[in-house]
Design a protein. Structure first.
Length: 176
């Protein structure tokens, strides 16, 4: 193996150490160093590259399935996800959702397994639909968000309210 290829293998190993190495045992770079008179361990880099390629193929397949999902019509497919803050008190879980301009009656919320799911639609107000728009940064259209809830807790009901441009979902704790 020439020095250029060896240097590239060692450079990849240093990148791996910086990104992935979490301690314990020998680092990737130390395993690839070429001791005097011995060949470098190419299998380590080859296996890493192969696993990365397989992971990329799996991600591409998931994206393709999501893009060509025939079960969701274009009108029901969410166009965006609103940002959330999830807070826990002694008796409640509070979920603050940034939804300025969306009324409480335009949002549906439910608990599915260990996730809180809420969905709705934000549309332009009627007076703005004929206006000349110079900048439109707030997303419009159908939204949906799934938020994983803290484990080991059951919830009795969902209360929805709006305050200061945020949508507040309150879940009463039953156990935990």
């Amino acid at each position: 193996m020439d020095d250029f290829v060896q240097a590239n293998y060692y450079g990849v190993a240093i990148l791996l150490d910086n990104m992935l190495y979490k301690g314990g045992g020998r680092s990737v770079a130390s395993q690839l160093q070429k001791p005097a008179g011995k060949l470098m361990n190419r299998d380590l880099v080859y296996n890493w590259m192969w696993s990365e390629a397989c992971e990329m193929l799996a991600r591409a397949e998931r994206l393709q399935r999501a893009f060509f999902n025939p079960l969701l019509s274009a009108a029901r497919r969410p166009a965006w996800e609103p940002p959330v803050d999830v807070l826990e008190t002694e008796n409640e879980i509070l979920v603050h959702v940034a939804l300025p301009g969306v009324g409480v009656d335009r949002v549906e919320a439910a608990i599915e397994g260990d996730e809180l799911v809420f969905a709705g639609t934000r549309t332009l107000p009627l007076e703005l639909q004929t206006a000349v728009i110079h900048r439109l940064e707030l997303p419009q259209g159908r939204f949906e968000r799934r938020v994983r809830l803290p484990a080991g807790v059951s919830y009795s009901n969902i209360r929805c309210s709006a305050a200061e441009g945020c949508f507040l979902i309150t879940l009463q704790k039953i156990g935990g």
